[in-house]
Write a protein that binds this ligand. Structure first.
Ligand SMILES: [Zn+2]
Length: 440
């Protein structure tokens, strides 16, 4: 469910399920340990954004320049992404709605991080590590360490002396509830001789604070910050020649890996272990692959040429909803779909478009709104419903069929606005008709 960006990552994720089974006592009967990999459109979209398939070179170049302009020593991807987006909104490249769009924001933030990582690889910047922009500092449980008389002074960069200074300066900060880590770092460098011999910047200062916290000398919390920023040293004014080619190479490699991943999930009749073998260039996959119920892949289960007494694990079966099947199976399945659609409608008293119901049943976090030209997150009440993602393989047409059946049995109706609503069944109370109930 946490989408991998290539088959190698997927292989590792699936491998974890097998290792858990391997740890069992070899004497006890081993229950089958199932690893399930489900590809969803949302997951694939997320990795496409993460790997930055769609940033134009001009934007990548601007992003590189803005990273190199961070002479203050801190890279804040969220803030830089906002700056780039505001520039693009000013030129009409982005609309007002785009500025609020989570996916557009992710795309720009991802771009900043990729630009930074490429520039670090090209030695144009130095990555000094992450730290929260603000922290809260209180005295620790143990208080400042007393300076023991017998403790030898190790000279100008005596770490004990530096630590004492850090504790003193941190605890005398004007706003202990919200300490600017970068400002504290500068203050320490200015007031504490040889401070730079123990901490080369804000990220190292944050590490030092965390260390003092662990030892009970300070009580430090990153709570005032909701994200991390990255410490950096900018080493050059101009974008290195290799910058765009490196990003383009990484982009096309990521695209190729994603295409490979998509093919893996699409090829439902190809043995998954054979597909991994091909990916890693392994000619013969070991004997025993897919040979027993404990290690058989879904394609080999589907092929059906396994011993008749072996059963696919129930959890895998549960994800494998029947398509077609006998008439009773179909009727049962339709009734379950109807119940799910009806429950979702009950959660949306002001009405729901069939497409929204479909996305909820498929487990998509958002649906495309044609009027606003963007992805709109599904209402929380739907996303938190037990039926969210309950029908990952449901074709869109089935939602319409379900709604028609619900309308036929009088428990749902389509309004003049094209939205569907659940109708409460009429109670046999005097003066209460189904119509009034629906309007209530
Ligand atoms: Zn197989």
């Amino acid at each position: 469910m946490s989408p991998p960006t290539d088959l190698a990552a997927l292989y590792q994720q699936i491998g974890r399920a097998g290792r858990d089974a391997g740890r069992r006592d070899p004497g006890s009967p081993a229950p089958v340990n199932s690893g399930l990999a489900l590809a969803t459109s949302r997951g694939m979209r997320m990795v496409r954004f993460m790997t930055g398939q769609e940033l134009p070179p001009s934007l990548l170049r601007r992003t590189g320049h803005i990273v190199l302009a961070q002479r203050g020593g801190t890279l804040d991807p969220v803030r830089l992404a906002e700056t780039l987006m505001a520039d693009d909104a000013a030129t009409g490249e982005l609309t007002e709605a785009d500025l609020e769009d989570r996916y557009v924001q992710d795309r720009y933030r991802g771009g900043v991080m990729r630009a930074f990582s490429a520039l670090a690889d090209l030695a144009a910047v130095e990555d000094l590590g992450d730290h929260p922009p603000y922290c809260a500092i209180k005295p620790g449980d143990l208080g400042p360490a007393p300076r023991a008389a017998d403790q030898p002074n190790k000279g100008p960069s005596d770490p004990v002396r530096i630590e004492r200074a850090v504790v003193d300066i941190a605890l005398s900060w004007d706003t202990p509830g919200k300490v600017d880590v970068q400002a504290l770092d500068r203050e320490l460098a200015a007031r504490c001789p040889d401070y730079r011999s123990v901490a080369e910047g804000p990220a190292a200062t944050w590490e030092l604070l965390a260390d003092l916290h662990d030892r009970g000398l300070l009580d430090v919390s990153a709570a005032p910050s909701r994200r991390l920023v990255t410490g950096l040293t900018v080493l050059t004014d101009t974008l290195p020649d290799g910058y765009l080619p490196l990003l383009r190479r990484r982009g096309s490699r990521a695209a190729a890996e994603l295409a490979e991943l998509g093919r893996f999930f699409d090829a439902t009749t190809v043995c998954a272990q054979r597909a991994f073998g091909d990916y890693f260039g392994v000619g013969d996959i070991p004997e025993g692959c897919c040979a027993t119920a404990a290690c058989r892949c879904s394609a080999c289960w589907n092929a059906g040429d396994h011993p008749v007494d072996e059963r696919r694990p129930a959890v895998a079966d549960a994800f494998y909803s029947p398509r077609g099947g006998s008439r009773t199976d179909t009727a049962l399945r339709e009734r379950r779909i109807d119940i799910q659609i009806h429950r979702l409608l009950q959660l949306q008293p002001s009405g729901a478009h069939p497409r929204r119901l479909w996305h909820a049943l498929r487990g998509d976090e958002s649906s495309y709104n044609p009027r606003q030209h963007k992805m709109i997150p599904l209402p929380r009440v739907l996303r938190e419903s037990r039926h969210f993602g309950g029908r990952a393989d449901l074709p869109y047409a089935s939602v319409g069929e379900g709604l028609t059946r619900l309308a036929g049995s009088g428990v749902a109706a389509e309004g003049p606005d094209g939205l569907w609503r659940a109708i409460r069944p009429a109670r046999q109370a005097p003066g209460s008709s189904a119509r009034e109930e629906a309007g209530a």
